[in-house]
Design a protein around this ligand. Structure first.
Ligand SMILES: Cc1cc2nc3c(=O)[nH]c(=O)nc-3n(C[C@H](O)[C@H](O)[C@H](O)COP(=O)(O)O)c2cc1C
Length: 222
């Protein structure tokens, strides 16, 4: 992609954000997962650029962070932004958890309000669409490891698909598909699995928490 194409795309995210806000959606999720375009920029294995959008982590995060800024400018500072990323690609040379933690802290510092932690990429497809032989909650550990390092809400996924493992997720619940029911477990820091007595929360509570934190109430937790 040329610099001109990147700048036009960053602007287009702003335009889309304005439409989403005026259409009264609750939040915006940026899809930076699975080896798609944004993930390609973020990942050293795929990003071989020698300009300001490549090289070290700062260069590789420039594109997604410019998108965050473009959305914030268009939708306003108090419109919740969720960033979806893979904690691990499960391929040689792919991103590992240690770098994902650095990235997560950077997104928090740059004003992202919630992280949606997934895993895998097309070269490790079984991790992108976990089949039944994958353990239930197969990505909860990496989400929990990231949650230990940030104060913003973290969404975990990964075969949380039985009644006792209510799922995640927010936006998709409305516009894109109804595949995912919108309930979340409220898992205390340091714990990696929900246990009897832990409570659930809804997508709206997640948005409310993000909004409260936006209004400066940093003690607001789910
Ligand atoms: C049949 C199927 C299709 C999927 N299609 C997409 C897709 O188009 N885009 C995407 O980002 N993720 C897609 N995913 C990945 C899911 O969004 C989700 O990340 C993954 O299934 C892990 O979460 P879960 O076990 O909680 O469903 C798909 C998953 C499945 C099973």
């Amino acid at each position: 992609m040329s610099i001109d194409e990147i700048e036009r795309l960053v602007k287009a995210f702003g335009v889309a954000a304005k439409i989403i806000k005026t259409s009264e959606f609750d939040a915006i999720e940026i899809h930076g997962h699975e080896g798609y375009l944004i993930d390609e920029f973020m990942t050293a294995k795929w990003n071989k650029r020698t300009d300001r959008y490549g090289g070290n982590l700062d260069g590789r995060l420039r594109f997604p962070l410019e998108i965050v800024e473009s959305i914030r400018k268009a939708a306003g500072p108090d419109f919740p932004i969720i960033f979806r990323m893979g904690a691990r690609h499960y391929i040689e040379g792919g991103r590992e958890l240690d770098e994902s933690i650095v990235i997560a802290k950077r997104f928090e510092k740059e004003g992202v309000h919630c992280l949606h932690i997934d895993s895998g990429c097309y070269e490790a497809r079984q991790w992108v669409k976990p089949p039944i032989y994958m353990e239930r909650g197969c990505y909860v550990d990496v989400a929990a490891a990231i949650k230990k390092e940030v104060k913003i809400p973290v969404i975990a996924v990964g075969r949380l698909d039985t009644r006792s493992w209510p799922k995640r997720f927010l936006l998709k619940e409305r516009p894109i598909s109804s595949r995912w029911a919108g309930l979340f477990w409220r898992i205390p820091n340091g714990q990696t699995r929900p246990k009897r007595g832990d409570s659930m929360t809804s997508g709206h509570a997640l948005v409310a928490t993000m909004r409260a934190r936006l209004k400066g109430n940093t003690s607001a937790v789910l």
